[in-house]
Write a protein that binds this ligand. Structure first.
Ligand SMILES: [Zn+2]
Length: 415
């Protein structure tokens, strides 16, 4: 009898958890190709409505936008009225999420090997960091830089083979739903520790690395348990029913000036004040503490296949714009060599559109570290944020190749 009750309880609780999940049945992702600046402004405005979610930033080349079933009629009227050029990219969001759940079934039992076949929960990622620390006791150490709003620790791995050398900081997962970002930072971390390519290993050995795979742990966990397409942090907003702030609009450099919302319900809400989020405070405090030796900063996002550099807040060029372009081009060429994956290189403002308050802009503008980059990883919209986990390894390999070029070209230019 007891076991029957037990089974019943388990079944009902599983159903309850399932029912609580956000669903995206018949949510459709459209690609819009704006014909002019006026259409770009219109799309930007459209993105502010409920049931409308901009998957990419608004830009000249294309904009991907997810529309809820309720909004579809209005959307089609809008398209008709303004003569927009649209095509369907993802017919039914829920189907891709279901496909991902079917495939992404890592076994979370303690002791099982972490690998690059799956997307993992936070605890598995952190457990792996400790395992690597134990495996490489002389060079690897787990560091904790602070806590999220819900009290999760923000952990990373410090890898250093030499004393007092140049530091590279890598950040992943500030946007929760971009799962390929934490996975890729873990991949880089594995290759910094152990690389069969000796040129890469020798080059990487010269640096002091701090790699933080999940800087928005609350959001990341929420995408696993409740809403696969959650982007922001999870701090409640005073006087609003909507939670969270866009961590990559929350840094204190031209905060909330452009490409950012003051509406707490928006996906790009910049927060009530700069550094309002414990996560961005922790990360920025840590970066400042490394200021003297900080040589390069790299943030990982998805998707669109872009390698971006400052600035996002203005069309004006950074002082070292030409160097950043040359370094980015070298990295993009090296990346292309392996699987013919193409990445576009440029400043945020010129490549996408204005967006202020990012960690990358802040690192160059405030910390004054001249080498500051952002990768927007795979793909170009076929799966968008729902990139299948069998792409983690190829994505990781080409990114590590690009990293080698990113560093070598910067050295060649005298950095
Ligand atoms: Zn992002």
């Amino acid at each position: 009898m007891k076991s029957i009750i037990c089974v019943l309880l388990l079944t009902t609780s599983a159903i309850w958890i399932e029912a609580k999940r956000e669903r995206y049945d018949e949510y459709t992702v459209y690609r819009i190709k704006p014909k002019n600046e006026a259409q770009m402004k219109l799309i930007d405005e459209l993105g502010k409505n409920e049931g409308v979610d901009l998957w990419t930033k608004v830009r000249q080349s294309y904009v991907d936008i997810m529309i809820s079933p309720k909004q579809k009629q209005r959307f089609h009227e809008f398209v008709e009225k303004h003569d927009l050029d649209i095509s369907v990219f993802i017919e039914n969001g829920q189907k891709l999420i279901d496909d991902e759940v079917k495939v992404n079934k890592p076994n979370h039992r303690i002791g099982l090997e972490f690998n690059f076949l799956y997307y993992y929960r936070l605890d598995v990622i952190y457990r792996h960091l400790y395992k690597l620390e134990a495996q490489y006791p002389d060079i690897a150490k787990v560091v904790t830089i602070g806590k999220s709003y819900e009290g999760r620790k923000i952990k990373g791995l410090h890898i250093s083979r030499k004393q007092n050398t140049r530091t590279i900081i890598i950040e992943g997962g500030i946007h929760a739903r971009e799962w390929i970002a934490p996975a890729t930072t873990m991949f880089i971390l594995s290759r910094v520790l152990n690389n069969s390519n000796l040129n890469q290993q020798n080059l990487f050995d010269e640096f002091n690395w701090y790699i933080f795979p999940v800087v928005n742990p609350d959001g990341y966990e929420y995408t696993h348990t409740t809403d696969r397409l959650w982007r922001k942090t999870r701090q409640p907003n005073n006087g609003s029913r909507c939670f969270g702030t866009d961590g990559n609009r929350n840094f204190d450099f031209h905060w909330r000036e452009i490409g950012v919302s003051s509406d707490p319900c928006s996906e790009t809400y910049g927060g009530p004040s700069a550094f309002s989020e414990p996560e961005t405070r922790a990360l920025s405090d840590f970066i400042k503490s490394q200021k003297d030796n900080l040589w390069m900063y790299v943030a990982f996002h998805s998707y669109s296949q872009l390698l971006l550099f400052p600035y996002g807040y203005t069309s004006e060029h950074a002082e070292n714009n030409d160097d950043l372009q040359s370094i980015g081009n070298a990295a993009s060429m090296a990346l292309f060599t392996r699987f013919n994956t193409s990445y576009v290189v440029g400043s945020v403002y010129e490549t996408i559109y204005g967006a202020s308050g990012s960690s990358m802009d802040w690192v160059l503008g405030v910390v004054k570290t001249p080498l500051s980059f952002t990768y927007e990883l795979r793909d170009k919209g076929r799966f968008g944020f729902l990139l299948p986990s069998n792409q983690i390894t190829p994505c990781g390999k080409e990114i590590v190749d690009s990293f080698e070029a990113l560093i070598s070209q910067a050295e060649k230019l005298g950095y």
